[in-house]
Design a protein around this ligand. Structure first.
Ligand SMILES: [Zn+2]
Length: 398
């Protein structure tokens, strides 16, 4: 009974604790990133698709056990003044010389974490170390994905400084989970990145540019709601938890859904491009030689079929999005483990099955992504954000 209780507790608590994109979005990004790879890398990554998808949330799972893990997922860049991107040196050594490593770790290190993991992945490719390549590819996928989330670039990461507490999981979990069927997951193919440092900082800066709209539009939508309709309350283990209602989430999604979809589609390209860059920097090792058995007809056909579904944006309606099919993920992972002699991993985590609102028009986006560039932030939003940034940070645990 006690065991059951612990299991149930984990089931209920995990989604609340998950930060960065929710598990659902992280897994989706990992899967699409594999589809965005060039042919020379794709067969290898496809062989390990289930494992990479599963491990794409491992960095979030590590946070509980490792206090040093949390700051690797974000950078509260607005802590560093009115022109933070001008003030912050992009290279770690120069940044620590200016602000100290302790301060940087306090306010988050995601861009440097991405570069550090990219270097480790390059080394794993050089060593032809399959286990490390998979684990580090999944880690890299996670951190790059987190850098795409606007709320990972501010001290007001949960709206807690502006009376908008709960925005973090609303934006990164509830919105994509409820509306994934409307998104066009047509990420662009991977490309070699000449300057990974500049590239990841550009991602962070673009995320930051979305913050003004993220906060302002929540206020706009709030005008049509009462506190009773805006929130739902759940009572569990003697605690009351307030979260945004489904109705509010859907109304908010009408305003910012294009932004969420845009980030969700950009992240896999950035991930696949960084994988490709690490592989190329390692001298383009033959990944097919790392596979214990060559891909057979069936495996090739499966990849071709999935690529076709992806191309037609039918992964969701055809139930081929791994983030939405827990049991199949476990089954296929086991098959791969036995083939490659890797140790059996823990069962799939207990993230709840996402609630998907089916949409007849998968490509429809409430906000045109092309217009949603770095400068979405309004003047008012900008000023407010700065004011928020000055407020005391209550909790550093993201
Ligand atoms: Zn994270």
């Amino acid at each position: 009974m006690k065991k059951l209780f612990i299991t149930l507790t984990l089931v209920l608590v995990l989604p609340v604790l998950s930060n960065g994109w929710g598990f659902f979005a992280h897994k989706t990004i990992a899967q699409v990133a594999v589809y965005a790879l060039p042919k020379t890398m794709q067969a290898f990554y496809f062989r390990h698709l289930d494992e990479i998808v599963k491990k794409s949330v491992a960095p979030d799972e590590r946070r509980e056990a490792d206090p040093a893990e949390a700051p690797r997922h974000f950078i509260d860049i607005d802590h560093f003044g009115d022109d933070p991107f001008g003030a912050m040196p992009k290279a770690w050594d120069e940044a620590t010389a200016k602000y100290t490593a302790d301060t940087l770790r306090k306010y988050g290190t995601v861009p440097w974490t991405v570069l550090e993991v990219k270097e480790k992945l390059t080394e794993a490719f050089r060593q032809r170390d399959t286990t490390a390549i998979i684990a580090l590819s999944a880690d890299l996928c996670h951190y790059i994905a987190d850098a795409h989330v606007p709320l990972h670039t501010t001290v007001n990461y949960d709206g807690q400084l502006s009376g908008q507490t709960g925005m973090h999981s609303l934006w990164e979990s509830k919105l994509p989970e409820r509306h994934i069927a409307k998104y066009k997951l047509d990420s662009k193919p991977a490309k070699y990145i000449k300057d990974p440092q500049a590239a990841i900082w550009a991602v962070v800066q673009e995320s930051y540019g979305f913050l003004g709209a993220t906060f302002d539009l929540e206020e706009v939508v709030t005008r049509n709601f009462t506190p009773e309709t805006k929130y739902t309350f759940s009572h569990r283990y003697g605690k009351t938890r307030r979260s945004y209602s489904d109705a509010f989430a859907d109304a908010y999604h009408d305003k910012v859904g294009g932004m969420v979809a845009y980030r969700l589609k950009q992240a896999p390209t950035a991930v696949a491009s960084m994988w490709l860059t690490a592989w190329q920097d390692a001298g383009r090792p033959d990944l097919n030689a790392l596979m214990s058995r060559k891909p057979g007809k069936e495996e090739k056909a499966r990849l071709a079929a999935e690529l076709k579904l992806w191309d037609k944006n039918e992964l969701v309606p055809q139930n081929m999005l791994l983030a939405m099919q827990k049991e199949k993920t476990v089954e296929r992972a086991d098959e791969i483990n036995s083939a490659d002699q890797t140790p059996t991993t823990a069962p799939a985590e207990a993230a709840p099955a996402p609630t998907v609102v089916p949409a007849p028009e998968p490509a429809s986006m409430p906000v045109a992504p092309k217009k949603v560039k770095t400068k979405v932030k309004t003047e008012a939003g900008n000023a407010k954000q700065k004011a928020k940034a000055k407020a005391k940070k209550a909790d550093d645990g993201w």
